[in-house]
Design a protein around this ligand. Structure first.
Ligand code: NI
Length: 182
């Protein structure tokens, strides 16, 4: 099943998500539904708070970016922990399914090491760089209650204020199911 995607302004996007408990959550079903929701919205990443579930889980599938490196980068991250963030900062225009039709440059570091469980509760510790590291950092921010707009300069945010207010009221043109704050 697909869920509606919570939009900017919805309080669930601003709170730190709780740990996924193995005996309480069917992560196979949840991750399946998250992928389905993400594909329906043409996204490359989706975190549980974006569907109104305040849990530390996100899914990524980079195939649609059409980059060799990302072709088979499909993964579920459960209770992830970023261990190190290293390398140089680089800028890239990011977008977010919760903030439709806004793309802004965000500066992030090149490399991360992260530990996490997959949907079979297998534990991993992996190093990622480049676009993979960027997507993971963006999704990880979601479970920490952070959005890419939090990185923008006060001026930039001021310029976007009208658009963001509209989005928070559910006034935006998107081809997927959405849920505004009220
Ligand atoms: Ni996002």
């Amino acid at each position: 099943m697909t869920y509606p995607i919570c939009l900017y302004g919805n309080p669930v996007l601003k709170i730190k998500a709780g740990k996924v408990k193995k005996d309480k959550v069917d992560v196979i079903k949840l991750s399946h539904d998250m992928f389905e929701t993400m594909y329906s919205a043409d996204g490359i990443g989706l975190a549980a708070p974006q569907i109104g579930i305040s849990l530390r889980i996100f899914v990524i599938d980079g195939a649609s970016l059409d980059e060799k490196d990302l072709e088979d980068f499909k993964r579920v991250f459960i209770n992830p922990q970023i261990i190190t963030v290293t390398g140089n900062f680089w800028e890239f225009k990011e977008g977010c399914l919760s903030i439709p039709n806004i793309n802004e440059f965000v500066s992030r570091r090149e490399e991360i090491t992260i530990s996490y469980y997959d949907e079979n509760w297998k534990f991993h510790t992996d190093r990622f760089d480049g676009m993979k590291a960027r997507i993971i950092q963006h999704e990880y921010d979601h479970i920490e209650g952070k959005l890419f707009t939090d990185y923008l300069s006060p001026l930039k945010r001021k310029l976007l204020k009208g658009k963001l207010t509209s989005i928070s009221k559910g006034i935006c043109d998107v081809p997927y199911k959405i849920k505004a704050s009220k």
